[in-house]
Design a protein around this ligand. Structure first.
Ligand code: SAH
Ligand code: SF4
Ligand code: F3S
Length: 479
């Protein structure tokens, strides 16, 4: 999201028309042109779950007579699928609504809907705060979209923010939107039952529920048939996936699900996110080891390296527990297994020494990659109710800068370990800089760039890596 805000700062210098139409990372790239009566334009913000939900929304709307378009100018309905995780994420959406207002003035019949986490958090009040919004729909209410659109067509504003304990959209076949045709996201669960004190997700996404294992495997088989080469299984806490058949004869945990998906096809790469340090089991690690096509990469957010802060965050593990999980990963899967993290700097009452503990934990693990944020208080969360957001913004930013510097150092060290070796790369696209080069990922999720030769999107290519930067590996294909 941070980079999006930078984009918006930049496009604000343009004419309103340029600004409103400006390319955004999040816009639809896939169009369905089946001659349906109306067109839907949808932008997604926030985490991969939201991107995955937008594909479900597009499918529901398709049945209701909407093609998707990547051109906002052609849209009859504009949806923003929003994120509330930090204040900045919400500000980005408000700015975007301001830009969309420009289109609504030109085309008064344009329907504007806010979906997702911000819709759930702000509910009806969003209609008062943002006058251009016609429709507010929470993440568990997408099946109601046809009715809600009808209400709006009838001249009313429409809201449905009911959360559900059962909804998993298991039977809905998503329309792949931002897909390169090579990798796809598959949602395996929804909601979250953890109560990390800083986090708004349990309020915006409701209780945790796991999707029927058969429907997941079916979706993956279908993707393989369509030529997809990689799936990422998605959930806020995949390790607590647990599904049982109604008659009680079948029960599937995450390790077992992972195995079922890995067995769908040996050439299908399997990834997953996010793993929670308190729940990731050795059974999962052994399953990863057993199957070559399960990528050796784990996103294991620590948030902090200090046990007192972790307790205040209600993460339910401490520094030692986290280090022990990392030791298990290294012992079972080896030093090569990629590990990444999320870190929050400047959480309530964090001292300078406690911040140093985060840096020393990073030193211990040497993450391949990290998503790093400074703490942003979210209304209604445990921390907002019980703890004081007392670290000055300047201090938060300085600590965050130190965490980022440390991570850059480590990303570079980890990338250097890849030099002089052959990596199996799944090609995803052309390189951003030149069509003479291809871009893909290795098993550890690192981006690898190499000269195209006769290779193409979707190929597995053995690449000898001979150079690297902080963020990328470079090499040559070897036959
Ligand atoms: N389910 C995942 C996290 C999802 S939210 C997990 O438990 O790891 C993604 C990341 O956003 C979090 O890991 C955290 O680092 C960050 N985040 C969440 N709430 C935040 C807040 N209030 N301020 C700053 N960062 C936050
Ligand atoms: Fe938020 Fe914690 Fe749930 Fe992750 S595990 S979504 S940080 S409450
Ligand atoms: Fe944001 Fe909601 Fe995801 S708050 S991070 S879009 S679950």
């Amino acid at each position: 999201m941070e980079s999006l805000v930078t984009d918006l700062d930049f496009i604000d210098n343009r004419t309103p028309e340029q600004a409103a139409a400006a390319a955004c990372d999040t816009k639809v790239t896939q169009e369905t042109n089946t001659g349906r009566a109306r067109k839907l334009y949808i932008e997604s913000y926030g985490c991969q779950m939201n991107f995955s939900d937008s594909e479900i929304v597009s499918s529901i709307m398709f049945k209701e007579g909407f093609d998707t378009t990547s051109q906002i100018e052609q849209a009859d309905v504009v949806f923003l699928n929003t994120c509330s995780i930090r204040e900045k994420a919400e500000q980005t959406v408000r700015n975007r609504l301001g830009q969309i207002n420009y289109f609504k003035k030109k085309k008064p019949g344009l329907v504007v809907g806010v979906l997702g986490c911000m819709a759930e958090r702000l509910k009806k009040s969003l209609l008062e705060e943002e006058k251009i919004v016609d429709l507010v729909v929470g993440p568990d209410a997408y099946r109601d979209l046809p009715n809600l659109i009808n209400e709006v067509d009838g001249g009313q504003k429409a809201v449905n923010v009911l959360l559900s304990r059962e909804e998993t959209y298991a039977d809905i076949n998503p329309i792949r939107l931002n897909s390169n045709g090579v990798s796809a996201f598959v949602s395996i669960m929804r909601g979250c039952d953890n109560m990390c004190s800083f986090c708004v997700v349990p309020f915006t996404r409701g209780r945790e529920r796991s999707r029927d294992a058969h429907s997941i495997v079916e979706e993956v088989k279908d993707l393989v048939q369509q030529g997809y080469k990689e799936v990422t299984l998605l959930g806020q806490n995949v390790d607590s996936y647990k599904w049982a058949s109604e008659d009680g004869t079948e029960a599937v945990n995450f390790a077992q699900l992972l195995e079922k998906v890995a067995l769908v096809h040996p050439d299908l790469r399997v990834r997953f996110s996010t793993s929670h340090p308190k729940d990731i089991t050795d059974e999962v690690l052994h399953t990863m080891k057993k199957h070559d096509n399960i990528c050796k990469y784990i996103h294991l957010p620590a948030q902090s390296g200090n046990s007192r802060v972790l307790e205040l965050m209600n993460r339910t593990y401490d520094r030692d527990w986290y280090m022990n999980r990392v030791d298990s990963i290294r012992a079972i899967l080896g030093e090569d297994c990629g590990i990444s993290s999320d870190m929050i700097s400047g959480f309530c009452s964090e001292t300078e020494e406690e911040h140093q503990d985060t840096l020393s934990l990073m030193e211990y693990v040497k993450y391949d990659y990290a998503y790093m944020f400074f703490y942003s208080e979210r209304p209604g969360t445990l921390a907002a109710r019980k703890l004081e957001d007392d670290i000055p913004l300047e201090t938060k930013k300085r600590r965050l800068a130190e965490v980022i510097d440390k991570q850059r150092e480590h990303s570079y060290i980890r990338n250097q370990l890849a030099l002089g070796k052959v990596h199996k790369v799944l090609v995803e696209n052309f390189s951003k800089k030149s069509d003479e080069f291809l871009s893909g990922r290795n098993d550890q999720n690192k981006v690898v760039i190499f000269p195209k030769k006769h290779y193409k999107k979707g190929d597995y290519v053995n690449v000898f890596v001979n150079d690297c930067s902080v963020g990328t590996l470079f090499g040559e294909a070897v036959d």
